[in-house]
Design a protein around this ligand. Structure first.
Ligand SMILES: C[S@@+](CC[C@H](N)C(=O)[O-])C[C@H]1O[C@@H](n2cnc3c(N)ncnc32)[C@H](O)[C@@H]1O
Length: 283
C-alpha cells in the first residue's frame, strides 16, 4: 500500500480533487523535494516503499497545497531563465513572462560595454541577477522596499551573482543617488487594486505590495519615468514589464516623461508585455 506507485496515484487524485490542473507534474516536484524521489526513480522503481516519516512529510505538504499554498512556496524555489531562485511567503514568484523583459534588455545592451543597470522593485532579484549572470561585465544595483522580499533578493544574489549591490529603497521617492545608468529595468506592481480580490487563490497568497499598482494599476509607470530619468545617461534605456492591457497607457506615460524610441513588445501568448524607451533628453 505504501509502494510509491500506489501513493502516486492516490496523491495525484487528491490534488486533482483540489482542482490543481497540473497535478502529476506538481506531485513529482513535491516527491523529489520532500522525499527525494525523482520522477525517473519513481518510474524505474515503482515498488519502492515509503516509510512512515516520508509519508508524513509529503502528506503535510499536500495538505498545504490543497489549502491553496503556491507550489513554489512549498518547494522554496522556482526557475527563472534557467536558474533556481529562492522564494517563499513575502516575495513574488518569478514568472516566465518576465523573461521577455530580460531578453529585451540583454539585446538592447549587447553593444554597451560594462553597462550600469538598476533593477527597481527587484523582489527575488530575478531580473537584475539574471542580467548580472548573463553579462559578467555589468554593474547591477537591485532596489526593493519590502524587508521580506529583500531577504530573498540578498540570498539569491549571494548564490548567483554576489557582485550585485542591494539597496532597500522606495523607488517612487528616491533614486538613491544613482547616476549615469545605462538601463533602468522594472517589473513593478501593476494590478489595479480592485482586481486583486479576483485573482487566482495562489496568487492572492503572494504579497499585496508586489501586486497592487493603485486604482488604475499605473502608479509606478507614472512615477518611475519622471523620477528616474535623471539617473539615466543620455540615450539610456528604460524597460518595464506591463499588464496585457497597459501597452498604450504606458507608452503614453513614457512619451509624456520625455522618452523616445518607445516600443511595446508582446509575450509568447501575443499580449503586450514589455515597454521600452530611450532617454533622449540631454543628447
Ligand atoms: C511585481 S513584483 C516584481 C518582483 C520581481 N522584480 C519579479 O519580476 O519577479 C514588484 C516588487 O516591487 C516591490 N515594491 C512595491 N512597492 C515598492 C516601492 N515603492 N519601492 C520599491 N519596491 C517596491 C514589491 O515588494 C515587489 O517585490
Amino acid at each position: 500500500m505504501n509502494a510509491v506507485k500506489d501513493c502516486y496515484l492516490r496523491w495525484r487524485l487528491r490534488l486533482q480533487q483540489a482542482e490543481i490542473s497540473a497535478a502529476g507534474f506538481e506531485l513529482d516536484l513535491l516527491l523529489e523535494a520532500f522525499v527525494g524521489i525523482s520522477k525517473a526513480q519513481r518510474l524505474s522503481y515503482p515498488e519502492q516503499l515509503l516509510g512512515q516519516d516520508e509519508m508524513a512529510r509529503i502528506e503535510a505538504a499536500l495538505s498545504r497545497r490543497e489549502a491553496g499554498e503556491p507550489l513554489q512556496y512549498l518547494l522554496g524555489w522556482w526557475e527563472f531563465y534557467g536558474r533556481r531562485f529562492a522564494v517563499g511567503p513575502g516575495v513574488l514568484i518569478p514568472r516566465a513572462d518576465t523573461e521577455i523583459l530580460v531578453e529585451q534588455a540583454l539585446a538592447e545592451l549587447a553593444n554597451t560595454p560594462s553597462p550600469k543597470v538598476a533593477d527597481l522593485c527587484a523582489g527575488s532579484g530575478c531580473v537584475g541577477i539574471t542580467v548580472a549572470c548573463e553579462r559578467p561585465d555589468a554593474q547591477i544595483v537591485l532596489l526593493e522596499l519590502s524587508p521580506q522580499a529583500a531577504a530573498y533578493c540578498n540570498k539569491n544574489s549571494k548564490a548567483l551573482a554576489p557582485r550585485c549591490r542591494f539597496l532597500q529603497a522606495d523607488v517612487l521617492r528616491t533614486t538613491a543617488g544613482l547616476t549615469g545608468l545605462d538601463a533602468v529595468l522594472s517589473n513593478p506592481p501593476y494590478i489595479p487594486s480592485e482586481g486583486i480580490s479576483g485573482l487566482q487563490r495562489e496568487v492572492r497568497q503572494e504579497p499585496a505590495m508586489a501586486l497592487d499598482g493603485s486604482a488604475d494599476g499605473l502608479r509606478f509607470y507614472r512615477g518611475i519615468p519622471l523620477l528616474w530619468r535623471k539617473a539615466l545617461k543620455p540615450g539610456g534605456l528604460l524597460g518595464f514589464e506591463i499588464g496585457f492591457d497597459q501597452g498604450q497607457a504606458v507608452r503614453d506615460l513614457l512619451a509624456d516623461a520625455g522618452f523616445s524610441d518607445i516600443r511595446v513588445v508582446k509575450d509568447y501568448s501575443g499580449n503586450d508585455r514589455v515597454v521600452l524607451g530611450r532617454n533622449h533628453m540631454g543628447r
